[in-house]
Design a protein. Structure first.
Length: 347
């Protein structure tokens, strides 16, 4: 008895993926007409008959588009590139394919839809990270495919979103600084630039209020342009005067923390002897940072797993709705913060 032909056998003959073969034979989008014709012809020649397993694979084979703003993908390693890689791996485990499209700032300004959507190359979309408010509204109103927001929230209406515990994570990091004896604590991050920064600012503010500490505008350090999201080392990260310098800063992410350490060092300060620094994300885009940053680690693997899980359910059931799904992170203590006195008590 001859061995049954599988999707993998056809894929190997044409040097394509089993996902491509599955899409071609089941009439799904994402395969050119020429390749679809070749796959169908070869399948017929090889005597392919759909098995129960192959039928199950066909039903679950989708292409998931991932849209991210260009400003988040610099020359150095990017947090969002790492998140996309995890999404792609999770999608492959479900016999799906993830497609990344980087949206330039010009495309945001001109309100252009991602090509993967207009050319009908994807079955669902992940909107990853923050876009301008107008473009975010445009995307959500014009994308008529199952979609979710990842690491961001909708500005006005409810949405299916997967985010880390931004406010409580920031609250915990600021509480840690109070526990080390700090009462003069600044914040690094441009408020109203992203929903994540705002939520982390609210966590910082909550901790200040509960410890009876003053909120000073001079201790609020911007790390990027509010409108575009782009950061300039010389224009942003303006330090307070020596007389007004706080003893610690909570930074909205580890990249900002790393830049602050550089700025402080260039200005004659020692971290953590003179100023303590804590961050967020557990992500550094330099291979060998000079000092380990105490941080709140985002659970990237769980965010990616949950995102793919939700999208697959939405593809099978258009009425499926989850709302905001919040994922806890993990506190990681390193060398960037120093104890300077007894803990500051809650009021």
């Amino acid at each position: 008895m001859s061995k049954a032909v599988k999707l993998a056998d056809i894929a190997q003959q044409l040097s394509v993926s089993t996902v491509t073969v599955s899409k071609a034979l089941s009439g799904q989008r994402g395969v050119s007409d020429e390749m679809r014709s070749k796959i169908k012809q070869l399948a017929e020649e090889m005597g392919y008959v759909k098995s129960t397993q192959d039928k199950a694979k066909e039903r679950k084979s989708y292409t998931i588009g991932v849209a991210v703003a260009e400003r988040y993908l610099g020359a150095a390693a990017s947090f969002y590139l790492r998140l996309y890689q995890e999404l792609s791996q999770r999608a492959m485990r479900k016999n799906c394919f993830a497609m990344l499209e980087v949206v330039s700032y010009e495309e945001e300004q001109w309100m252009r839809m991602p090509k993967m959507v207009t050319e009908e190359k994807v079955d669902a979309v992940v909107i990853m990270g923050t876009f301008t408010i107008e473009y975010a509204r445009f995307l959500r109103s014009q994308i008529h495919l199952p979609h979710i927001l990842l690491d961001t929230l909708a500005y006005e209406e409810e949405s299916d979103s997967v985010v880390t515990s931004n406010m409580m994570g920031a609250y915990r990091m600021t509480n840690y600084l109070f526990k080390l004896g700090h009462s003069k604590i600044g914040f690094v991050g441009t408020r109203l630039a992203t929903t994540s920064i705002d939520d982390r600012y609210f966590g910082y503010l909550k901790s200040l209020m509960q410890h009876g500490a003053a909120l000073r505008e001079g201790w609020m350090i911007e790390d990027r342009d509010r409108a575009t999201g782009f950061s300039d080392y010389n224009r942003h990260y303006k330090l307070p005067s020596k007389e007004e310098m706080p003893t610690a800063f909570f930074c909205n992410n580890d990249v900002a923390a790393m830049v602050m350490i550089r700025k402080l060092t260039e200005s004659g300060y020692d971290v953590p002897e003179d100023v303590s620094i804590v961050g967020f994300d557990n992500f550094i885009n330099e291979p060998f940072p000079k000092i380990g940053i105490t941080t709140y680690a985002i659970n990237i693997k769980e965010m990616a797993r949950r995102s793919i899980h939700i999208l697959l359910h939405k593809l099978e059931n258009p009425d499926y709705h989850t709302g905001v799904y919040m994922i806890d992170g993990e506190f990681i203590e390193r060398e960037s913060a120093k104890k300077i006195g007894p803990p500051v008590p809650f009021i």
